[in-house]
Ligand binder design. Structure first.
Ligand SMILES: [Zn+2]
Length: 329
């Protein structure tokens, strides 16, 4: 997969609820490849690839929104207080830079005077400094959203960026659509909105599609860093096929089908049980009378930090696995 594509996706701006900029980037990539393209009422971009007609209706989802922060209050000196959009930890915020939709840059600072400076800070003790000197000259307004600023980087086979969650899933979907040659299935590629907050985009798009089968492509955490929570997912050991997370149990037939396709094509894979967190799949499996749903997870270290790390081989193998699923009857 081209790293340029990944760079474009991860560096774009798109906190939950403000996905216009990232949607424009993705639209430019998928427009020449899809048979049909639409934007759903809640903002998800849906690209359809029509199959030969004998197969099933399949929905694939990767979310294009990213975590971020939203301004809640501007004080008289022009410092901005904020709340989290999705799971944001104060520990990863201090000293980082954020960017608003209009390009305004800010640095996240920590109150100097704290009762117990040895304890981890709370988000309420942080503020954004955008270089303003008063409330009046502050370019940030209540409700404005910002994302972490961090350029895409590579180190050996590792890819590092903000918003790997889940732009790397978007990259996998785009690359799969590009390489897909023939398929019996009618396939809908959903680039969903608001996954990090409410899973709303994928839920509503799946309702319209009414699929026979759904698969989310997202990241998962790993258990392979110093003193990490025991978890049998290792960066670089292949895509993780989800068994369970805190929002769903993957449909056993979908999980087994993914395992069989991986085995049949000699694609390395791992099984994932994620104890905290979920994906669009949890919402998609609950639309209408229920949809058999599974997840291909890309192992990722430092999820929800400004430097999320994935392995190039896991990304490539996720595309291969998805192609195996889509090209088979
Ligand atoms: Zn995600």
């Amino acid at each position: 997969m081209k790293k340029d594509l990944i760079r474009k996706l991860v560096e774009a701006y798109g906190p939950s609820g403000v996905e216009e900029q990232i949607r424009t980037v993705i639209r430019a990539e998928v427009e020449p490849l899809a048979d049909e393209l639409r934007v759903d009422p809640l903002g998800s971009l849906v690209a359809r690839k029509q199959g030969s007609g004998e197969g099933r209706r399949i929905a694939l989802a990767a979310h294009m929104d990213e975590i971020g922060v939203m301004a809640t209050y501007v004080d008289e000196k022009g410092f901005v207080r904020f709340t989290a959009i999705g799971g944001v930890s104060a520990l990863t915020c201090v000293g980082t830079r954020v960017e608003f939709g209009d390009g305004t840059l800010g640095v996240i600072g920590l109150e100097k005077k704290r009762d117990d400076a040895s304890r981890a800070p709370k988000l309420s003790q942080l503020y954004i400094d955008v270089g303003a000197t008063s409330r009046d000259d502050c370019p940030v307004h209540i409700g404005d959203s910002a994302v972490f600023v961090r350029p895409f980087a590579t180190q050996g086979s590792r890819l590092i960026a903000k918003a790997m969650d889940d732009r790397i899933g978007c990259a996998v979907l785009i690359e799969t659509l590009r390489r897909l040659e023939q398929t019996p299935h009618d396939i809908y590629f959903i680039f969903s909105t608001q996954e990090e907050t409410t899973l709303s985009g994928a839920r509503t798009s799946a309702y319209t599609i009414d699929p026979d089968l759904a698969i989310a492509v997202d990241v998962t955490t790993t258990g392979d860093t110093p003193e990490s929570h025991p978890m049998a997912v290792v960066l670089g050991n292949g895509p993780a096929i989800k068994v369970k997370d805190s929002g769903m149990i993957a449909h056993p037939e979908v999980r087994d089908m993914l395992v069989q396709r991986a085995k049949g094509a000699d694609i390395p894979y791992q099984l994932e049980v994620l104890e905290r967190g979920t994906t669009d799949a949890a919402a998609m499996q609950l639309v209408r009378a229920g949809v058999p749903t599974g997840v291909i997870s890309i192992p990722c270290r430092y999820v929800h930090s400004p430097s999320e790390m994935v392995d190039e081989q896991d990304v490539e193998n996720s595309v291969r696995l998805l192609l195996e699923v889509l090209q088979a009857a």
